[in-house]
Design a protein around this ligand. Sequence first.
Ligand SMILES: [Zn+2]
Length: 484
Amino acid sequence: MYRKDGDLGIVMKTLIKIPSPLRRFTHQASQVEVEAETVSEAMTRLCELHPDLQLQLFDEQGQLRNFVNIFHDRVDIKQQQGLATALNDGCELRIVPAIAGGIDLLPQLSPQEISRYSRHIMLPELGMEGQQKLKAAKVLIVGAGGLGSPLCFYLVAAGVGTIGLIDHDTVDETNLQRQILFTLDDVGKSKVKCAKERLLALNTDLNITCYPELLSSANALDIIKDYDLVIDGTDNFPTRYLVNDACVLLNKPNIYGSIFRFDGQATVFNYQGGPCYRCLYPEPPPPGLVPSCAEGGVLGVLPALVASIQATEAIKMITGAGTTLSGRLLTYDALGLSFEELSIQRDPQCCLCGSSPTITQLIDYQQFCGIPATPAEVPFKEITARELQQQLTSKEPLILIDVREPYEREICSIAGSRHMPMNSIAEHLDEFSQEQTLVFHCKVGGRSAKVCQLFIDNGFTNVINLRGGILAWIEDVDATLMKY
Ligand SMILES: [Zn+2]
């Protein structure tokens, strides 16, 4: 065998360049360094490091598959000595598979899978190859709530091979109105744990990875990097910005959906040159301005429609069928039963995806969204439900004011509280005196905090917020009241 250097005992380092279609078999590595004296040895080392590559590159007889070409220092090894071609130290091997079709690089479907997904396979836009692409795909769903429930069901049913699901929460009875992943038996249990059981009952062939934790700046990049695309099913601004920023930094598409009362929105961010969430909203609204679904309510069937649109986009992006919502914001009004489409564009000055970004790493999203890190930062006092109970039973004069809406008060109320809805309270400030101790409460503490601030701004000093609202009261003091 011809050897350029002819020396034995020298460590021969070769850099193997991995093309993008094969990187899912190399943990996304774009190059792998091995020690080898021939192309054959280099490929053996590579497959030892990444065993899933073996079947992609070689057939059962160990022959290099004929749609895979290997170039040694930019020359096809077929024009050299094939797999026996000798390597010199520091040389480069480049694997170049046939891209068009790419079907042979995709996982094969079993006869059961072909039968199971036959209604997909008979669609010319998907076909066998589309179903194989679904099997190869890795999708992360952020949030196992109203949107996450139908998203999980449909993507698992559709045969998406790897699904990640992240949610730190436990199932609450109020979730069951729309979060169809869960049953009464699940109340109090980890959402992702219950979800995994349910989804595996639907389809045992898939990899379902659960993360029973909060997506945070500390873990987001590490979790998201392993997925091809991310579907945002979150219900709060800090996580929404976190998902967006992490997706832009990692260059992953982000399928966005949001729901509130009777209104839904959906689009695709950070995909094929389209905008990101910050191109639309560089900064979040001040805390409390946009109520959450827990405070504002949501129609139970609304997330089904928005999630179905998100799942549709995911399947199209994976299989390459159709055109996506990138650059278009779809809005849905369930009361009027109407859809609208708004054109959205990438902002060249975007602080994240623009030409000279100012955000180049993840930040503290709670702080960014104006949510104080510790309750002590607010200019009024806060008390717990138990502390309130003690004060109510002591002789200390105290006025407890419920700032919720009338329909909420019909469901439950704290005995002895006065009712004054938040929206009309500003007109009644003169009914209160500076000498009184005023304790405000709402459902979870957000609206009453705004009312406390209003009173502080108007010169009141003895203003207290009930932390956690009436839900904390029900939890810690009076479980006979009805939760909502
Ligand atoms: Zn942007």
